[in-house]
Design a protein around this ligand. Structure first.
Ligand code: AP5
Length: 217
């Protein structure tokens, strides 16, 4: 299966992709996580991406398309779930072109819909593990020990781009550049609209309901 998750910042793409990846044994590819790894490693790519990410803008398409093509080329036969990519219509077109070249296509697109007020609550309360990438929330998805990762005990951090001002810019980029990607897929693929305002388990039930039906076909 080749799956794309779309949605505003904080819609829960990363949270749901981790669960999808575990349930269907798919490779979870998050463009944001790959960029953060590149930054932490101090690579040229990471340096190029820094100013865009810190301001809440999108990293240029040519950088992202090449980076994701390389990551996708390493995916196992079972498939992958894409989190945060594609984020512009141009990225979606390039992805389709490269998949078609290999006789493949995107099998399902899940579009997580969320109210703007909920985005701000989730972003300001998010905490992440700098070691394993696990994601928590100070109210909704608490770790067992406050401030520590359940998996490895690392001290949880707040992402620098989760400040109010940067979140506003990320939402602007979403509305202007990523929302048209939903229409692009609606014209070419099966898109499942998911109400992502409720709790993570309720959202997962909706997601799995759609994907289980696909797997059984
Ligand atoms: P990226 O890391 O992709 O950020 P994003 O899309 O803004 O998404 P987030 O990771 O913030 O949110 P999410 O939807 O994954 O939510 P999460 O599950 O964490 O991108 C960062 C930057 O990199 C971009 O701004 C851009 O500069 C660059 N970039 C990345 N990809 C790019 C691309 N393709 N092109 C160009 N530039 C690119 O959940 C959020 C919080 O809510 C967590 O605390 C979680 O615990 C909690 N939560 C989740 N679901 C629920 C629920 N149902 N109920 C209650 N709480 C929940």
């Amino acid at each position: 299966m080749r799956i794309v998750l779309l949605g505003a910042p904080g819609a829960g793409k990363g949270t749901q992709c981790k669960r999808i990846s575990a349930r269907y044994d798919l490779l979870h590819l998050s463009s944001g996580d790959i960029l953060r790894q590149e930054r932490a490693a101090g690579t040229e790519l990471g340096k190029k991406a820094r100013s865009y990410m810190d301001s809440g803008g999108l990293v240029p398409d040519e950088v992202i398309v090449e980076m994701m093509a390389e990551a996708i080329s390493k995916a196992p036969q079972a498939g992958f779930v894409l989190d945060g990519f594609p984020r512009t219509v141009n990225q979606a077109v390039k992805l389709d072109e490269s998949l078609t070249g290999n006789g493949q296509r995107i099998d399902a697109v899940l579009n997580l819909n969320i109210d703007e007020q909920v985005v701000f609550e989730r972003m300001t309360g998010r905490r992440s593990c700098p070691q394993c990438g696990a994601v928590y929330h100070i109210e909704n998805l608490k770790p067992k020990v406050e401030g520590e990762c359940d998996n490895d005990g690392a001290v949880l951090i707040q992402r620098p781009d989760d400040s109010l001002e940067v979140v506003k810019n990320r939402l602007r980029a979403y509305h202007e550049q990523t929302k048209p990607v939903v229409d692009y897929y609606k014209n070419n693929n099966t898109v499942y609209d998911i109400d992502a305002n409720s709790g993570a388990d309720e959202v997962s039930a909706l997601v799995f309901g759609n994907l289980d039906a696909l797997v059984e076909v």
